[in-house]
Unconditional design. Structure first.
Length: 390
């Protein structure tokens, strides 16, 4: 069995302790080293570890041989702001830790968070040999998993999200997807039996070997950009994201433009300046400004932005209007409270336009990253005031 990028595998799990795994299982059974010692990965959970050992004996005190991260995407059709996310253009994953709302526990007492935090501390100290392989999977329907890549941990952020009205402090981990199109699970099994190191060098993905030896991350960036469905561009009707959109629907259209400008200005490490166009019929954009690349580059990239507070979808005509106003080297930002049609998305992707399409669901993420939201999804004093500068 070889796991390949974007291929789906049967995850039937264990029938019972006596019978073991189903004969058709293609996931956990491949990492089952000794059922008498429960040496393998669990059948459930978003963060699953494969313990290391020596020979035929499992030793949980050793660094794990591998971590498997699983994101479940079935069970709802709407976007939630605390979902894990993949940036297909840069080979980057943002993955939430396993903390839940449990006031008696702190963020480091959750087993997955504890393990991933320790890995990141080793990364910061330059101990890459103590970094186990991290494999990322998505469960798009019950009984299956889809392999999305071999990853290394490159960052973590202590932040929070809202779960059923409760603030939950959690870690969000940044993962780099390495350029490894396929992976043999036997490599992980050999690591497990040999104190976290694989004796058969042939099984080691070259990108992983290069990272451990030099620290260089050769990323997998040639992923197919996906067209998002309407439902994926809208928040869950009962979520804080929908509460935010409901409030935005109540403000004056020009106030909405000012709010978006205020949002962009809040990213003060990236955006140098944001200027609104006049409150009259404009030339195809509502704002313009500059992104400044971080030091030592300090290079300005101009952008123009369009803001539409619509109920219906944004089509290719609206997007083309913004593209036509971009000067050479400029970047486009298109914000809407609704969604972008399939044709609008295809036009941007197929023609390789330098435009970012930001839907109603994305808006919550943008405000969240800017720390402009509270437990109710709305930070009223910052967002809905009449004196936001024009």
């Amino acid at each position: 069995m070889i796991w390949k990028i974007d291929q789906t595998y049967i995850d039937s799990g264990v029938k019972n302790r006596n019978d073991g795994y189903s004969t058709d299982d293609q996931f956990a059974s491949t990492l089952s080293l000794d059922r008498n010692q429960n040496w393998g990965i669990k059948n459930a959970g978003g963060i699953r570890t494969l313990s290391s050992g020596v020979g035929n004996r499992k030793d949980k005190s050793l660094i794990p041989a591998a971590l498997l991260l699983i994101t479940t995407q079935y069970g709802h059709i709407f976007h939630n702001p605390w979902e894990d996310s993949i940036d297909y253009t840069t080979g980057t994953i943002l993955y939430w830790g396993d903390a839940k709302y449990e006031p008696a526990k702190n963020v480091d007492q959750w087993p997955g968070n504890f393990i991933l935090r320790n890995i990141y501390e080793n990364v910061l100290e330059g101990n890459r040999d103590k970094h186990p392989p991290i494999l990322y999977f998505i469960k798009e329907k019950p009984g299956t998993v889809t392999f999305k890549g071999l990853c290394v941990l490159e960052g973590m952020d202590k932040t929070w999200f809202i779960d059923n009205g409760n603030r939950v402090v959690n870690y969000r981990f940044k993962l780099a997807i390495l350029n490894a199109e396929e992976l043999d699970p036997e490599w992980l099994c050999q690591r497990a039996r040999n104190r976290n190191s694989a004796p058969d060098d042939v099984l080691v993905p070259p990108a992983w070997r290069q990272y451990i030896r030099t620290g260089f991350k050769e990323r997998l960036t040639a992923w197919n950009t996906k067209i998002r469905k309407k439902e994926q561009q809208q928040p869950d009707p009962s979520s804080p994201g929908q509460s935010l959109l409901d409030r935005l629907e109540l403000v004056d259209p020009f106030e909405f433009e000012k709010i978006i400008c205020h949002l962009l200005e809040s990213y003060n490490t990236i955006v140098h300046k944001v200027l609104r166009t006049r409150n009259v019929r404009d030339g195809g954009f509502d704002m313009e400004g500059e992104f400044i690349l971080p030091v030592p580059f300090s290079y300005p990239i101009g952008f123009k932005g369009e803001v539409k507070r619509h109920k219906s979808g944004i089509g290719p005509k609206d997007v083309s209007r913004l593209v036509a106003r971009l000067s050479r080297g400029e970047y486009g930002l298109f914000f809407t409270t609704s969604y972008f049609t399939v044709d609008a998305q295809k036009e941007v992707i197929m023609d390789n336009y330098p435009v970012r399409l930001i839907s109603g669901a994305d808006l919550y993420d943008f405000f969240y990253e800017a720390k402009m939201l509270d437990e109710n999804g709305i930070k009223i004093d910052d967002l809905f005031v009449s004196n936001i500068k024009a």
